[in-house]
Design a protein around this ligand. Structure first.
Ligand code: ATP
Ligand code: MG
Length: 654
């Protein structure tokens, strides 16, 4: 065997080492939070390269593209720059890459457009109108709900009828119409070369199933497949992996069933238990030592997950015996909660905990609004993850729609958006123009031919688009610039907060400068937008001078010295909506487990009391039910004492 350049046994415990140096064939690493699953994959990448595997034969699939990048950087520190040739990304980004390269075989042109969730819903509405379906029926599901059904059906490989029966039985009367609508939606996408997120995976699976040559080529290209966070994959993704590995069967997946939190996307923790069934001969590795958190934090985490109805992974132990008890903090109201956190962060900073080692986590993006104001007031810079994405903001979508019609003139969803922005164009006019546009191969002629109130606006649009089409491809940054000039008056007309929005568009221009090709620029933005660019507050140059505010979903796999989990009040966490079914409540419990296991040393669970919840009409006043069975010696309970409205607090004895 080749001489290895790293001392693997020194960096890994025996179970991790066994997984890292495993031979060919399928392997599953199943273990609790902070036990080194991700670290194991990083060392596995290094080990494979070290033992002579060509880096370009390795495919690393992760939950976000950022985590793939970070993992490959870490592998690079171990093994050198060769790790850069490893292909890493999300299922969706890899599907995008492979479909642009090999999709022709199943009728997908390399220039296809990726529809984000909002675009997809708009197309559903468009199809519904075209079919004239139940136009006046108020009990027909809304476009968002329809999208959810369609998406569930794709991701679970079940028929739409089955999904309706299982989860949307109150719409059973409409099953037939919904079936027609689903077909129309699919036909519209195929015809116009539009793919929504689910299609990327569905189409990749089809390509691998139907195009023997492509499958052979792809499967022998990626001879080693590694997957992180496997508990959040769905049936479709599992199938894709199976197809990808037909030529070699070399696949290693790692995950923790207790951290499965994406059921709403069709993921199920059962998938991880099915892995050995799908891949006979799977070797299973379990990791038991937690390297992240102190014993007091782990005690709480174990206690929360012990109550779970179903779980497979075991209890964890740590050698970090000492540390402060997790604190449970009662605040008189939301603002008291915010003030406590801001003040605590300042104190911790005095004690030497840098802002980059602090995170505030919450269930829903809007839970942090009050805190955001408080932090800004105190000059504490933060970056926010999750929630409304930059790319989903209306003005960014507006501008990009122009680039998209240039790249794919068949993209009727973007055309619709572009046309509706023109002064004097209403829904009727837009429909007429769309009908003419799909038939013509010179869009600018159609636009120029229009008469009436919108004539001048449409002529301007035609001029702008024409200046960017033509010989050779204009670089993305230049396209953004051009469209920006055209769009600015529209922006000012539409939004009174336009100065803020123009800054976002400047930011978009900066991003575009990093791309030589428009298709790559558009695909990357649609797949995974750059970190919450629109909501960075006082961003200093260096990332490490900011704390992180994040939804728990976006905090997966990450760790900080100090973690605050806010709104740990019954009715918000778990949310009142999750009281409905046991499955949903269990999912919230796992979400809670994920949040507390992000902390290395300091953990604060805070909850405001006497908050009135408008939707449910409930007065929220007790801490999360997930803490009901936690014995009181595992927590340090504090109640804030309000003094003259200032955020002082004292110890209480409840
Ligand atoms: P999660 O379930 O949250 O994704 P994980 O199982 O992927 O967690 P890692 O993030 O890989 O865990 O590891 C948690 C922390 O423990 C990291 O800081 C990692 O570097 C450290 N760690 C893991 N294994 C070891 C080890 N053998 N020696 C030293 N540190 C380790
Ligand atoms: Mg991990």
């Amino acid at each position: 065997p080749a001489k290895l350049s790293i001392d693997y046994a020194a960096a890994l415990n025996p179970q991790q080492l066994a997984a890292v140096t495993a031979g060919d064939g399928p392997s599953l690493v199943i273990a609790g939070a902070g036990s080194g699953k991700t670290r194991t994959l990083i060392y596995r990448v290094a080990y494979l390269i070290d033992s002579g595997v060509d880096p370009s034969n390795i495919l690393l699939l992760t939950f976000t593209r950022k985590s793939a990048q970070e993992m490959l950087e870490r592998a690079g520190e171990l093994i050198g720059a060769r790790s850069r040739r490893v292909c890493g990304g999300t299922f969706h980004s890899v599907a995008n890459l492979l479909l642009r390269r090999y999709g022709r075989g199943i009728g997908i042109e390399p220039g296809f457009t990726i529809l984000d969730r909002g675009d997809a819903e708009d197309l559903i509405a468009l199809c519904r109108a075209q079919l004239g379906l139940n136009e006046k029926d108020k009990r027909f599901p809304r476009k968002g709900t329809i999208m959810e059904m369609v998406s569930k059906s794709e991701n679970t490989l079940k028929s739409l009828d089955e999904i309706i029966l299982e989860e949307f039985s109150h719409f059973a009367d409409h099953a037939e119409d919904l079936g027609r609508l689903q077909k129309a939606y699919q036909a519209a996408k195929r015809q116009k070369q539009l793919l929504d997120y689910d299609d990327l995976l569905v189409a990749l699976r089809q390509l691998l199933l139907l195009d023997e040559t492509a499958r052979q080529t792809i499967s022998s290209q990626y001879r080693y497949i590694l997957v992180d966070e496997y508990q959040d994959t769905n049936r479709l993704q599992a199938e894709v992996i199976r197809q990808l590995t037909t030529a070699h069967n070399n696949v290693m997946v790692v995950g923790d069933d207790s951290q499965s939190i994406y059921a709403f996307r069709g993921a199920t923790f059962k998938n991880i238990m099915d892995f050995p069934v799908l891949f006979p001969g799977t070797k299973i590795y379990k990791l038991e030592e937690n390297y992240r958190s102190t014993q007091p934090i782990l005690n709480l985490a174990n206690c929360i997950i012990d109550e779970a109805a179903e779980k497979y992974t075991k209890r964890l132990f740590t050698r970090k015996i000492d540390g402060p008890l997790p604190a449970l903090v009662e605040a008189a109201g939301e603002n008291a909660q915010s003030r406590f956190i801001a003040q605590k962060i300042l104190e911790l900073r005095e004690e030497g905990v840098p802002l980059s080692e602090v995170a505030v986590l919450f269930r829903s993006s809007f839970h942090s609004f009050d805190l955001e104001i408080e932090l800004s007031r105190r000059g504490l810079p933060f970056v926010k993850r999750g929630g409304v994405k930059f790319i989903e903001t209306a003005h960014v979508k507006d501008l990009l729609a122009h680039l998209r019609v240039l790249a794919n003139p068949m993209d009727t969803v973007s055309w619709h958006r572009v046309l509706m922005l023109v002064e004097g164009v209403g829904p009727k006019k837009a429909q007429d123009l769309l009908a003419a546009l799909v038939k013509s191969d010179k869009p600018s002629d159609v636009l120029r031919g229009a008469s009436g109130r919108s004539g001048q606006g449409l002529k301007n649009l035609a001029d702008t688009l024409e200046s960017l089409s033509g010989a050779g491809e204009v670089r993305p940054a230049e396209q953004v610039n051009h469209i920006y000039e055209y769009y600015l008056p529209i922006l000012k007309e539409q939004y009174d907060d336009y100065p803020k929005r123009t800054r976002d568009l400047d930011h978009l221009h900066t991003i575009a400068e990093g791309y030589p090709k428009v298709s790559d620029f558009l695909a990357d933005l649609a797949l995974e937008p750059p970190d919450g660019s629109a909501i960075d507050v006082d961003a200093p140059d260096r990332d490490d001078e900011r704390l992180v505010l994040s939804t728990i979903h976006s905090a997966k796999g990450l760790e900080w010295q100090c973690v605050f989990v806010i709104w740990v009040v019954d009715g918000k966490f778990p949310s009142v909506y999750s009281f409905i079914t046991d499955d949903e409540l269990e999912e919230e419990r796992r979400l809670f487990y994920v949040s507390v296991t992000r902390a290395k040393r300091h953990l604060f669970l805070t909850y405001p009391i006497n908050v009135y919840d408008k939707t449910s009409g409930m007065l929220l006043s007790k801490p999360s039910r997930f803490l009901d069975h936690v014995s009181s010696d595992l927590l340090d309970t504090l109640a804030l004492v309000e003094e003259g409205g200032r955020g002082d607090w004292g110890r209480d004895s409840y």
